[in-house]
Design a protein around this ligand. Structure first.
Ligand code: PMP
Ligand code: GLU
Length: 396
């Protein structure tokens, strides 16, 4: 038989999804594994959101919707963006997709032709790299060091731009580092993007999960010229504990929104009608559930950061957003733990899972090979257990 498509064959499976599936499988087999793999809130979707979905089913809201989403959901997105980020968008500038991951794909589809370069600051969420390759783009990775708070500078960005650069993917707050850019840092990056005429795909899915009183600054709020060239990504998955409902949304200028809507009309058809109705309730309804979950995450962050930094041979910086920490395990490289030689972060994560029964994600797929990501979107009891096990595991 003929070969499969080269682009598709080169796509790597998502390491976050793979670890999560493995941990779930081990659990199902009766192994007492503690999961810090996938970044997925452990909370249940709030009751008023679930009730709206049940109502939608009872009302027979079970048919196709417009390809780029219902008017009601687009209006709800505009209203939430206005209230939370001070941004003015019209429903015609909103495109609803089947999850924020799909938003990244659609945004890249709208901007990138084969051979175009897309700048990707590392550490990055694993899917960005593969998605750029999936549209035939060329990823240009710019590494932000731990000593720089994992933040790319405007100078680093400027140095990476070539005549083939089409776009930058910015993720703020960041998965996997949890770091948050300040308004000044964002403004400096935005200036480069405007001066050098590149688009920005700004994934702000964690914008509701900020700690230490930090306020969210949307990239699109930095000026009309910045907003014009920005495709903003957000969604209900993280803020409302709705990962399984699969709703994300894009906000952009009308021209880009139209192109993205056309693309969707031939690919997904439309996002789930029931999930869209639930998302309207999430965005228009009471927001105290978001704050309650945010507070719980902040408490967990404080605990996990202090535990990791109290353990000899590993460390992490204190992130101000999302629900991840990047554990630096450089000092473990070259050690033999439980009979396993630790040459990379991948070896470390594999050994920790096998001998410590703790699932983490090695950051080689995130462009940071001597780090291991822990998602603290799990309950305190599990976090305590996981930290105790890490401590034991490191004794060798
Ligand atoms: N962007 C980032 C940075 C993420 O961490 C995730 C994780 N799921 C997504 C997008 C995708 O979100 P969704 O579940 O809505 O597809
Ligand atoms: N984004 C989450 C993570 O990084 C969920 C899994 C995924 O979609 O990759 O773990």
């Amino acid at each position: 038989m003929k070969e499969l498509a080269q682009i598709a064959s080169a796509v790597q499976a998502s390491s976050t999804m793979a670890i999560d599936a493995l941990a779930k499988q081990m659990k199902a087999e009766g192994v007492d594994v503690v999961g810090f793999g996938a970044g997925e809130p452990d909370f249940n979707t709030p009751d008023h959101i679930k009730a709206a979905a049940v109502q939608a089913i009872d009302d027979n809201v079970t048919r196709y919707t417009p390809a780029s989403g219902t008017v009601a959901l687009k209006q709800a997105v505009c209203q939430r963006m206005k209230e939370d980020c001070g941004l003015d968008y019209k429903p015609s500038q909103v495109v609803v997709t089947s999850g924020a991951k799909h938003c990244v794909y659609i945004a890249l589809r709208a901007l990138v032709d084969p051979g175009d370069e897309v700048i990707l600051p590392a550490p990055f969420w694993v899917s960005y790299l593969e998605l750029i390759k999936m549209v035939g783009g060329v990823p240009v990775v710019v590494t932000a060091q731990e000593s720089a708070g994992f933040k790319m500078t405007a100078e680093q960005l400027a140095a990476a731009i070539t005549p083939r650069t089409k776009a930058l993917i910015l993720n703020n707050p960041s998965n996997p580092t949890g770091m948050v850019y300040s308004q000044e840092e964002l403004a400096a990056i935005a200036r480069v993007c405007v001066e050098r005429d590149i688009y920005v795909i700004s994934d702000e899915i964690y914008y509701g999960l900020l700690y230490d009183g930090v306020k969210s600054v949307s990239f699109a709020s930095l000026g009309e010229d910045v907003k014009e060239r920005t495709i903003l990504i957000n969604g209900v998955s993280k803020s409302y504990a709705m990962t399984g409902w699969r709703i994300g949304y894009l906000l952009s200028n009308e021209k880009i929104a139209k192109v993205m809507g056309n693309f969707l009309s031939h690919s997904t058809g439309s996002p789930s009608s029931v999930s869209q109705a639930a998302s309207v309730a999430a965005l228009n309804g009471p927001q105290d559930c978001v704050e309650e979950m945010r507070r719980a995450f902040e408490e967990r962050r404080n605990y996990i950061v202090s535990r990791v930094n109290a353990i000899d041979g590993v460390s992490c910086i204190k992130p101000q957003g999302a629900f991840y920490i990047m554990m630096n395990m450089e000092k473990q490289l070259g050690r033999t733990l439980h009979g396993e030689l630790i040459k990379t972060g991948d070896d470390f994560s594999a050994a920790l899972l096998k001998h410590g029964l703790v699932a983490t994600v090695p950051c080689s797929g995130f462009g940071a090979p001597s780090f291991v990501r822990w998602s603290y979107a799990t309950n305190m009891e599990n976090i305590k257990k996981g930290m105790d096990r890490l401590e034991e595991f490191l004794k060798g």
